[in-house]
Design a binder for this molecule. Sequence first.
Ligand code: PEP
Ligand code: MN
Length: 332
Amino acid sequence: MIIHLKENISSDKAQELAKENAAILLQYQGKQVLVNSSSVKELSINLQDYAEEFFVFPNDMQLSSKEYLPQKREVQIGKQIIGGKQKNTLMMAGPCSVESEEQIRETAALLKELDINVLRAGSYKPRTSPYSFQGMGLEGLKLLDKMREEFGFSIITEVRDSTHIDDIIAFADIVQVGAKSMYDHGILRKCGKINKPVLLKRGFGTTLQEFVQAAEFILSGGNADVILCERGIRTFETKTRFSLDLSGVAYLKEFTNLPIVLDPSHAMGYAYGVPDLARACVAMGVEGVLIEVHPNPKQAKSDASQQLNHKEFKSLYSDLHKVAQSIGHKII
Ligand code: PEP
Ligand code: MN
């Protein structure tokens, strides 16, 4: 249940009510809000005098649900807004990893030429093998910072674990929580306490319910700016790296109030399929797409097979504008 407390209630009283009702207390748009389990269907006696409004839900998708906020949440990224009534689809692009100043600057210059505002690149990589390139760490974050200063981008970069979460929070404009880290409650809880947007990727074995409940950890911490990212789930299929769950995206669009970003690069795993999949993603009318692009994909230190080269990306980007336009959206 979500309970909006009446305006004049002191924060001490609100905390007392939270404790008595096994609820989390958060602030949302100047209101004190209590959230407890969705199994609670009736307002308890001790809340009757203090509740302004309350909302009952069939399951623990509460703050994220359309039943609570029928309108999609707005998230501001740099000067741009996604969600709300905007029909914007935000392009977030860049290499899988920051590898060197030369490499990141080459792709940064391409994005600038195309008027793209969000640069993505990982510096702490959650690799499947300890012997693969693990990312440049802090040095890479500093290079991303340099690109932001030089080109005016918003930077999205991922947190791998708790050892560097404070650095990511300090350097990133959007904190990316990767598919392998989305069950890390330390990360989720910390992301709930920051005032920067968080892009939460769906784990490849995660149900939609679990995915949205992970978002609830961040929302219930008080951070309203959560973006869901579908990046492919594991199925019986082995010819592609993952299977992009567009049915799941239709579900998330219908039942949640959170902006949605799609990542065709990690889903497909092979550059040849990324343009087709990216066009399908934009046609879904989502709030953003995340695409990996590298100046020389064959030499990439991570995810080499799926990154587009600059020429491929440029041609795809021009197509995506047309697809977006055909459904009344705008690529920003
Ligand atoms: C990435 O964005 O480079 C990445 C590692 O993604 P995911 O967490 O979806 O595997
Ligand atoms: Mn990658």
